[in-house]
Design a protein around this ligand. Structure first.
Ligand code: PLP
Length: 381
């Protein structure tokens, strides 16, 4: 089955009791048992819920995995992966990962005795310098947020496998329509389903996908034990969102391409970050491992001026100033003061998150209106 067909149908079963074509919202906390321990596979809704099961089967199919688990948020999903570890274990991760991941790793898990190395993952060979007998996990994001750098998943996976280290990829920015890390050797794929999977800025959710039953069972045990399960209404919303994932991401990519080229030719713009440019760092890898380059575009205003960035962000009219990404509507975000404010300034700037940087989540509006909006906002800068 091809991707669009899977998005609509994989794992989705019409309700046998009524024939309802859309997955019902099973708004229940518990299930009737015929005899203690004898039930239809569902005992208590923290562990399993039928709406969630259909969504999990659907997401597993989109990532070419065998199992998926859904969580109350992307952070809940990441938290479950880190709980596979124990004190003394070490993790190698990127130096420009999502701000919330950095905050969880450094503020919550470092005090529990897990050590994190925040390094440049773009040069896969560099990873070898940080591996020792305690290294248990490589946590990578690609494309990265907000400078859209590309990690070579196959190259990192070869190093992880040779050293018996788990590789988890945060695939939020690409979505399964553009990139399938399990096919390139990753052990775990993570999504903030809040973004492209949900796609309509109306739900917060996370997901993990694996193709290894033992790993899945450990993660399912953590989900049920620690309780970051999503509600059935949220699962319904993401099931509905995914039905148009292929159509939306195609449109995001087309608009992202047009916006990136427009910005690159504008005299007030400094750098433009978009992995589709032939001279972008990681372009060749992106071409190899992604089907297109996505709808995220970041740029700096000439001079990296904070005030200029604020003027742009507050003068756009079709774009909306907000955190988050991956919804149908276009958003602008100022990473240094919004999504990445929890990263100390020197580390932030090392990763390119300067005061003049803006990140666009290019939506699916008509491209003429998006370009006209950027043009008028730049006139006011
Ligand atoms: C949003 C995001 C997360 C966190 O997900 P939530 O659903 O907000 O908890 C993790 N990684 C990336 C790349 C994200 O964009």
């Amino acid at each position: 089955m091809k991707f669009g067909t899977k998005a609509l149908h994989a794992g989705i079963v019409a309700d046998p009791s009524t024939g309802a074509i859309m997955t019902p919202i099973f708004q229940t906390s518990t299930y009737v048992q015929e005899y203690p321990g004898t039930h239809k596979g569902y005992a208590y809704a923290r562990g399993k819920n039928p709406t969630r099961t259909q969504l999990e089967n659907n997401i597993a199919a989109l990532e070419n995995g065998t199992n998926a688990l859904c969580f109350s948020s992307g952070m809940g999903a990441i938290d479950a992966v880190i709980k596979l570890l124990k004190p003394g274990d070490e993790v190698i991760t990127g130096d420009d990962i999502y701000g919330g991941s950095y905050r969880m790793f450094s503020k919550i898990y470092e005090p529990f005795g897990i050590k994190f190395h925040y390094i440049n993952l773009y040069d896969a060979e560099n990873i070898k310098n940080y591996i020792n007998e305690n290294t248990k996990l490589i946590w990578a994001e690609t494309p990265t947020n907000p400078t859209l750098k590309i990690v070579d998943i196959s190259a990192v996976s070869a190093i992880a496998k040779a050293n018996h280290i788990l590789l988890a990829i945060d695939n939020t920015f690409a979505s399964p329509y553009l990139q399938n890390p399990l096919d390139m050797g990753a052990d775990i794929v993570m999504h903030s389903a809040t973004k492209y999977l949900g796609g309509h800025s109306d739900v917060v959710m996370g997901a993990l996908v694996t193709k290894n039953q033992e790993l899945h069972d450990r993660l399912a045990f953590i989900l049920n034990s620690c309780g970051a399960n999503p509600g059935p209404m949220d699962c319904f919303l993401v099931i509905r969102g995914i039905k148009t994932l292929h159509l939306r991401v195609k449109a995001h990519c087309e608009n992202g391409r047009a916006v990136a080229h427009y910005l690159r030719n504008h005299p007030k713009i400094g750098k433009v970050y978009w992995p589709g440019f032939e001279d972008a760092a990681g372009h060749e890898t992106a071409k190899k491992q992604m089907r297109d380059f996505g709808g995220m575009v970041s740029f700096t205003l000439k001079g990296d001026d904070f005030e200029a960035a604020m003027r742009f962000a507050t003068n756009v009219e079709v774009f909306t100033l907000a955190e988050s990404l991956g919804g149908v509507e276009s958003l602008v975000n100022h990473p240094a003061s919004m999504t990445h404010a929890s990263i100390p300034k020197p580390e932030r700037e090392k990763a390119g998150v300067v005061d003049g940087l803006l990140r666009l989540s290019v939506g699916v509006e008509d491209i003429e209106d998006l370009i006209a909006d950027i043009e008028q906002a730049l006139e006011k800068v």
